[in-house]
Design a protein around this ligand. Sequence first.
Ligand code: ZN
Length: 428
Amino acid sequence: MKLRLFNAKIWDGEKLFDGELRTEADKISRVSPVSTLDWQDWDREIDCGGNLIMPSFKNGHTHSPMAFLRSHAEDLPLQEWLSEKVFPSEALLTDEDCYDLTKLACAEYFSGGTTYVCEMYGHTRAVAKALADSGVAATVTEGILDFDGSPESIEAKIDDSVKYYKNFPARVRYGISIHAQYTCGEGTLSAVKRAVDKYKMPLFAHVSETKREVISCVEQTGETPLAYLAAKGLFDCGGAAFHCVHVTSEEMDTMARKGIAAVTCPCSNLKLASGIAPLAEMKKRGVNVGIGTDGAASNNALDMFRETYLAAALQKYATGDAAAMNAEFVLKAATRASIYGVDDMDVLVPGAAADFVMIDLGAPNMQPGNDILADVVYAAGKHNVLMTVAGGRIVFESGRADVGEDYDALKERCRAIAKRIADARART
Ligand SMILES: [Zn+2]
């Protein structure tokens, strides 16, 4: 597919200018402040009408199949919600369910301008196939925990996964992850550490999402979770820590030093009363920050506009300083994939992945256009997305997402999955 998008306002991830963008196959072939007309065999020439083209959103933490639990069991305390509602329902999912539910999530990602996700879920291969079939770029991870078996079988599982995903489309890659410190004993952690060393791969993990988790880690090990995992060498090749609501100053310095990114999930942290991650302090200390939605069960939307707004606004509230966070910082945090080890998706330049979004600058909520980046962060919503392009393919346009199959049939299958599981649970 060859696309030419002209008459655009472009934020390439660094600077704002008027111009045009061209793609060839899955890459950007040209980004230019001048429109030069030369004959080429375009598949589509799109007059952007002065609307904004910017890098797509990169959702740094999600559990895509959890879409079936959206608004399933609301307004409960965290532990009760998890152990009585979430875990028993998830236990009834099949690979086929997870494939369909992930595709449903992909439709939601595309409709909100997201084209990359850092995924953690079971039934991982079905999830990865759905992401690949939809065209979402991804790092898929398994969220290893003690439940996965002996240290030897965990090491073998990671070896097998590294091999398996070599045959996947290049946009979907494998990442090593543990679920969290509190679900991994010494044996599991040393098996994962051996894999990190062997493959020189970064590690992904939930870290310090709740106060309770931090307190019990200190009781058991004498250390806070990130410090404990880092001391064991699990982050020796960098990585990303999800949530980081209750990290200490020393841990933030370790994160900056070791190249461990903090992925904040503000909606989920608010809704589960977990707290507010100290992003302003991380920014000061040079920690890389990413933004994610977490799963639809706890959020409940997979909407990066909402997350980005809250990532900025909550810092202002938490610090009592309206200058503690700015629009450009959070927008970069929401659109960069390099912190997850993916290097060609941060900025719109020739050779980079053709992953971008067109935002309606003519909408009433985007007037008068005093500061476009501030408008995107503080005023825009997913209703302002006119088009999403993923890997050079138009995957959202005129209000419809294209995940490679009929959306209405997919939606009905997903509703049936949710009903089947709810009915089975009601009988127990
Ligand atoms: Zn999570």
